[in-house]
Design a protein around this ligand. Sequence first.
Ligand code: FES
Ligand SMILES: [Fe+2]
Length: 383
Amino acid sequence: MTVEVDNDEVRTIEAEAVPTRFARGWHCLGLSEKFKDGKPHTVRAFGQKLVVFQSGDGKLNVLDAYCRHMGGDLSQGTIKGNEIACPFHDWRWGGDGRCTEIPYSRRVPRRARTAAWPTLDQDGMLFLWNDPEGNPPPAEVTIPRIEGATSDGWTDWVWNETVVHTNCREVIDNVVDMAHFFYVHNSFPTFFKNVFEGHVATQYMNGTARADMTQHAKDGALKMLGNTSVASYYGPSFMIDDLTYHYEGMDVQAVLLNCHYPIDANSFVLHSGIIVERSEKFPGEAADEMARTMSKYILSGFNQDVEIWRNKTRIDNPLLCEEDGPVYQLRRWYEQFYVDVADVTPEMVERFEFELDTSRPIEAWKKEVEQNLARRAAEGQPA
Ligand code: FES
Ligand SMILES: [Fe+2]
């Protein structure tokens, strides 16, 4: 290891205030089923209070929760046909944001229109389109279909959500941060590559099982060898990870979702969803069990990140070494969602590719794993 010193200046951490603007893009609010119980739901997102309700035609709608009449909370109201009725004076609001009826009045005032968010109910999830400029979603900016989500050959979603108290840029940084997977998540990346293009940012990562972390395999338990992961963010907040777990003699196919939406500038709701493919070795309930186990594992991974975020500081000028991923390029990509469409620059959306040289990390991590094993052997613990 070389240590270069060319001056004695102390490095200063720089951080601008967190943005007060929220990202343009599709955001997942969770499983759509949850909103289909005949009641309106309160969702705090984008610094506002929203109401989510299913109209009589089956569609899920999202409106600003505050009624434009006298400020009543629509999320405490009642669904009547295709409208949400305000609990204060029963004004009826449609999914498009228009007031359609005031039962005690002859006429609906001309300006009776409230904020409505375009929605997408797809593969068991509810998405909303947020755009500070108020434009509808362009056709090419969409959430891809997930085949396994509607297939009997796969399990149902095992879903989790948790509130995290920090700005959501921290989650995005994970896309390029290979080293933290070893130190925070106890995994062992051996291949790591990023590709950013348009509104999509992808992380390719292969990993090998860590001998110092795997539980002592019970008799008959499958031995995990490693995993192959291709994870893409479609826009600022929704990541689909095609994940293959390699076991001795077999592979298990899974889709992991990692998504979030901002509550305000300093907190967000973090979701994870997982489905697992059923196979000969994982038929029926065995695959469901596998999905539940993996979900627990993923949640513990989230908690490891959260613990870091809870204590770290925001940093706009990270000091990087050669084996770190392209943090600055990733943040440039992420910036496209925080500026007006007219201000998106080519550098934000141009194709960018970077493969990390993992030879030095692998060498160092192998050594660390061996040391951990040796120490445990010396302490008389099982490997
Ligand atoms: S405040 Fe909603 S109907 Fe009056
Ligand atoms: Fe992480």
